[in-house]
Write a protein that binds this ligand. Structure first.
Ligand code: ADP
Ligand code: MG
Length: 398
């Protein structure tokens, strides 16, 4: 039997977080329960920090938070995934002053306070069905669940989670939490996907101005499914590689005298490449520019009801990430090639790379067969067993 990661119902997830809370905090009930989804990106990888386009969907797998506000500024957190309590005082939280998983939620509170909104202390319990460190954005799910929890306080006058404008501000706070307090690099796609997606739709996110368009994405109507393959591969130096790619792109934009690589449209690519000094930077820029073009083509196909034709764009995205951007790895390459051999219409790595997950567009009803084929290919290659989940475009944080 392959390892399938199931999503929880919202009631079950909330009940789990509430039970954890009551057990950890002297039998007192929380003020409420909130949740936010992980995400998977359909196409448009390493484009967010280049002001480009990406196309994530919210996963049915969510992170649940039961939270109670405090009168003082103490923060006490527990998680079903971590041992012990994480504790701090809100006035101690700042860049470089806290570490560990609590830095994500505490960072969101800090960022909201920086933006002028009083959050205060809180006790909270976290239960999550989003795989950790698998490129499915458990970190953004954690931040965004807390963001909507804070915004749900009685008398809250900060960003309104009931409006997209308010959610854009919550996205900003979550990005600052991850970059400045947790010390992890993020370009912003993950938080937008978790807070601004709509069920049954992919989120076309324009990272130049934060603009979004909700693109109907109903695979079952087309007799298809989206299989996510969690390679469970972990490679060292991921953060360093991410920072390097980002720096290379920023340096190339500077050489080309544009604010971001987004300004290089596909018809300007050849001229831009000729103006760049090094082979490496030419490859990186070619990936970013062609990948943004592929997002546009993917969306055109979705807009015209031709979702069955997106497979070659997924394959081309993977090739570009592997060869030009050099962020794939053996496990991701085996996952996509085995899925294609087993009948996938297209497959690609998703997320930052160097491990994490791949996605495969498959015929409805073939997920067991495709999963078994991928698992066999992993065994043949001497890799540990991967895990699988089915991605359906789900609800945002609430
Ligand atoms: P990804 O976002 O792809 O899952 P990251 O490395 O960005 O991977 O984020 C994973 C980290 O986020 C974990 O190591 C942990 O610090 C934090 N995290 C995510 N989910 C939870 C959770 N349910 N409980 C506690 N910490 C969590
Ligand atoms: Mg993350």
């Amino acid at each position: 039997m392959t390892d399938v990661v199931t999503a929880w119902t919202e009631d079950a997830g909330a009940a789990q977080a509430r039970a954890l809370f009551t057990e950890a905090f002297d039998g007192v009930a929380p003020d409420g329960a909130w949740s936010a989804p992980g995400r998977v990106n359909l196409i448009g990888e390493h484009t967010d920090y280049n002001g480009g386009l990406c196309l994530p969907i919210a996963l049915p797998h969510r992170t649940y938070v039961a939270l109670r506000r405090r009168d003082d500024d103490a923060i006490r957190l527990i998680s079903g995934r971590e041992s012990g309590r994480w504790e701090a005082r809100l006035d101690q939280v700042g860049p470089g002053t806290v570490s560990g998983w609590g830095a994500y939620p505490a960072g969101v509170a800090w960022a909201l306070e920086q933006l002028g909104h009083a959050v205060g202390g809180f006790d909270a319990a976290v239960a999550s069905a989003v795989p950790y460190g698998s490129g499915l954005s458990s970190s953004a799910a954690l931040e965004c669940a807390f963001a909507v929890a804070f915004a749900g306080a009685p008398g809250w006058t900060g960003p309104d989670a009931g409006t997209d404008t308010g959610r854009v501000q919550l996205v900003t706070a979550c990005i600052r939490a991850e970059n400045e307090i947790a010390g992890a690099n993020t370009g912003g796609m993950d938080q937008a996907a978790s807070l601004r997606s709509q069920p049954g739709h992919a989120l076309l996110l324009d990272c130049r101005d934060g603009g979004v368009r909700h693109i109907p994405f109903d695979l079952s109507a087309a007799g298809l499914e989206l299989l996510v393959i969690d390679t469970k591969a972990e490679h060292a130096l991921v953060d360093g590689q991410y920072a390097q790619r980002r720096a290379t792109c920023e340096a190339a934009a500077e050489t080309l005298e544009v604010p971001t690589l987004r300004e290089i449209s596909p018809d300007l690519l050849d001229g831009a490449l000729a103006a760049l000094p090094g082979a490496e930077s030419r490859k990186r820029v070619r990936h970013v520019v062609t990948e943004i073009g592929r997002v546009e083509q993917f969306v055109e196909l979705l807009d015209s009801g031709r979702v069955r034709e997106v497979g070659p764009l997924m394959d081309a995205s993977h090739a570009s990430l592997a060869e030009d951007y050099e962020v794939s790895c053996a496990e991701l390459d085996v996952a996509v090639s085995a899925a294609r051999k087993a009948g996938a219409l297209g497959a690609r790595m998703t997320g930052g790379g160097f491990g994490g997950s791949a996605i495969a567009l498959i015929e409805a009803g073939t997920s067991e067969a495709v999963s078994a084929a991928v698992e066999q290919a992993f065994a043949d290659a001497g890799f540990g067993a991967p895990a699988f989940l089915t991605a359906v475009a789900s609800s945002p944080a609430r």
